[in-house]
Design a protein around this ligand. Structure first.
Ligand SMILES: [Zn+2]
Ligand SMILES: [Zn+2]
Length: 211
């Protein structure tokens, strides 16, 4: 048995260009975030992401048609899907010359080597991230479903993993969305927003004075 619990796994990006706080135009557009639903995903979650992500990342957000669950990523003994293999598939679907970033939203439980599960995985400073909705549902813990809480968790998880894609590491500010959560309780405590430091890394503060 492996007991380690990790909210997210961060892989280093394959040396792909990314924006940083020093980029002069980073406060305008960063390109396009493409949502890839994997399996059947509630429309309400996708709509919430489409509404929330553009302002946070200064990006256009586009939704792809649902993709079938990649069966070759399935581990029969674990009954889970490999987040790393899903990321690998995503890499073939984004066009880096168009500044595209892919976020897969999977309705299946994800794992990574050495961990019993992951809520998500991201390429740090790369192009791709994946999140799982499975363990964000109250029903997974035999509790009554709470739709608003579930949607809020999905947004936090998506923003957090995309934050890594945009080059933001875990943040010490407990309310910042980039704060590392050890449990879902920690996730529920933090906000869905970036603190000013993390916003600065995204380039939001490029017109403000720095300290
Ligand atoms: Zn993280
Ligand atoms: Zn922060």
């Amino acid at each position: 048995m492996i007991f380690a619990i990790c909210l997210c796994l961060i892989n280093s990006g394959a040396g792909i260009l990314r924006l940083n706080a020093g980029d002069k135009d980073s406060s305008s557009m960063v390109g396009k975030i493409i949502l890839f639903p994997i399996g059947e995903i509630e429309g309400s979650v996708l709509e919430a992401l489409e509404k929330d992500l553009p302002a946070k990342f200064h990006a256009e957000v586009k939704r792809q048609n649902p993709m079938p669950i990649p069966e070759d990523a399935f581990h029969p003994a674990r009954k889970q899907y490999s987040s790393s293999l899903i990321l690998k598939k995503l890499r073939g679907l984004v066009r880096s010359e168009k500044q595209e970033i892919a976020l897969a939203i999977a309705n299946v439980d994800l794992y990574a080597e050495g961990l019993n599960f992951v809520f998500g995985e991201a390429e740090f400073g790369g192009r791709c991230a994946v999140i799982s909705l499975t363990r964000l549902r109250q029903g997974f813990y035999s509790l009554p479903e709470k739709k608003a809480l579930f949607t809020e968790r999905a947004i936090k998880e998506a923003v957090h993993e995309l934050g890594h894609v945009f080059g933001i590491e875990h943040c010490p500010h407990p309310e910042c969305v980039m704060h590392f959560s050890n449990s879902l309780m920690d996730t529920d405590k933090k906000s869905a927003s970036f603190c000013s430091r993390c916003r600065g890394i995204l380039g939001d503060s490029s017109h403000e004075s720095r300290h």
